[in-house]
Design a protein. Sequence first.
Length: 301
Amino acid sequence: MPSQTLFARNGDVSIAYETFGDLESGEPLLLIMGLDFQMVWWPDAFCEQLVANGFAVVRFDNRDTGLSTHFDSPRRQNPWRALVGSTRPLYTGADMLGDALAVMDAVGWPSAHVMGASMGAALAQALALLHPERVRSLVSCVGGPVTAGPLRLLSYVKFGFFKEFRRLKKATTPDDEIANLVAIYRALASPGFPFPEQWARETAALSHARGPRDPRTTQRHIAAGRTLKLPPLSRINVPTLVIAGLDDPLIKVKAGRDVAKQIPGSVFVAYPGMGHNLPEELWPDIISRIRALTAGTRPGG
């Protein structure tokens, strides 16, 4: 079970986080979630299996999600405009990296292994580039290169996925909102493995209770990411594992391959049947690879 929800401060922003395991004796592992999703979408059972394998785990709500500080913007939204940098950001990518560092500071970690999924993978890569002293190793899951420009990013996207959003009915009740969250997760999930129906419904209900989803967060997160000015991924010099799903409905496997090609010495694995999540059936292999990656690393990489 996670700790009670705690809060770190980054200036005026409050960042909610939870911990698993002994923060003093476990290998420190920070988990960064993706676009719009709250930290509870990192399954408790996955975090507990990491703890059983010697890690101390911290997960957190990115700003604008869950119990962390939320922002506001005009009703009209256009994530594609944000992607090409034509939307004024309310905060920056550096601010979001600062949130991750604030959480590490709050738990007393000078450095940690960092694992990110989707947008979280991009943030994890950026953290390794801009704050290398804080990152011992990097696990980049179901994401592309954070250094890619808009056209390259668009080339990684499977646009057929977005027809699923057109099928979502307008939510007028909490039950509708929860059903839509389950539908979104189902559309992203791994086609080669059983869909975790009960867990998805319980997590969607918890997510809604913690803070109803604001669709405008998508635009604000994307706009923030486009503000990052980064050196090439080849500057990353910590042990790196890149994970992709061969059947990801959102991101082409080429996105992960390109991350691995650009980071010297990185290990790339693409799982058949895996989509834009980490199916429970693959956890033992994934955790075994993370253990092998982190073995023998020293603080600060």
